[in-house]
Design a binder for this molecule. Sequence first.
Ligand code: FAD
Length: 377
Amino acid sequence: MTGNPYFDDTHRLLAESVRRFVEKEVLPHGEAWEAQGAVPREVLRKMGSLGFLGLRHPEAYGGAGLDALATAVLAEELGRSTFGGFAVTVLVHTDMASPHLRHAGSPAQLERWMPAIVKGECITAVAVTEADAGSDVKAIRTRATRTAGGWRLDGTKMFITNGVLADLYFVAAKSDPAGGARGVSMFAVRKGARGFSVGRQLDKMGWRCSDTAELVFDGCEAELLGEEGRGFYAIMRNFQNERIALGAMALGEAAKGLELTLAYVKERRAFGAPLWEKQAVRQRLARLAAEIEAGRRLVHHAAWLDSRGADCVKEVSMVKAYCGELVNRAMYECLQFHGGAGFIRETAIERMYRDARVQSIGGGATEVMLEEVAKRL
Ligand SMILES: Cc1cc2nc3c(=O)[nH]c(=O)nc-3n(C[C@H](O)[C@H](O)[C@H](O)COP(=O)(O)OP(=O)(O)OC[C@H]3O[C@@H](n4cnc5c(N)ncnc54)[C@H](O)[C@@H]3O)c2cc1C
């Protein structure tokens, strides 16, 4: 955080308080959550009571009204927890799902849900992806049809984070199947709504304490969120924040992985000296340190541009592409220098290696991000 021109005392204090929370409330329990496949609700409520879940939401609903730099701070610190599943559980709620309500909710919807979202009493999920439509959002097939009292949804969503845990889902569906991008609308669906069910919880390679589920909508009661036909644009807008969060989270993971590895190689001896004495080892870690620093500057710059309302699709896409790949390279190097110990389930680096893999896929695959960059070169 030192010498960071983008941060003021608010950001520094936020980073410190999230870091303290992680040390006290996450590190002692993370392994148990991994085994359970979920983060307990009490933890999220505690985060809510400390103000961590409403950083971006309006003060009128209990939030702090901060900008994207606060997202970057929160996400980097959660990434540093070494439990990617915990980090993504929180960030989907704060920065990927609930912003849909902040941006498009009616006053009545905001009043009804936002205070509980900020307190961590109502957990949110965002459901865009389907089995046959991931990167290509326009190809979704979940159908929205008008009814006398509102809307009904029919279709299935895939890979939805917080799919089991959530109380409120923001769901993309085709309100006009022939309308292309203009045929997509966003809907709010409450847990327990008629016609809604969680299909199955998916077993994953990493992010083990984050639940990922298939959702089924079978004549499901839903409320329109925002304007009909504007859903695709709402998703693209929210992707910006999502990608800053995911990039910053990946960066926090890479930075923490490097720290753990530096400590390890300075202790671990081979051939009569600590591994750190080997030039090949320390140069690879020094290069990684440089790449992490470059990534951090890119994340903060993109968040700062976003906070000023600038068009920063190119920079945010760079963040997602660069950090998603960087965390994978970082974990490869870090695990390598942990030797056999890094391959054993008891080490944080083994978990972090598995958690990293999805970072170049979820929320915009690297190749898709690079296309966004290329269009703007
Ligand atoms: C653990 C997890 C959690 C998730 N959480 C959510 C969630 O909460 N909500 C939600 O809606 N979705 C969620 N997703 C879905 C995620 O965003 C998608 O998996 C992602 O967008 C990629 O879509 P896909 O898996 O269908 O891959 P595809 O679109 O089939 O792409 C497969 C691969 O092809 C390549 N590719 C794709 N397009 C191009 C291109 N134009 N040029 C070159 N190469 C390309 C990429 O390498 C990509 O990884 C989650 C996924 C996972 C694994």
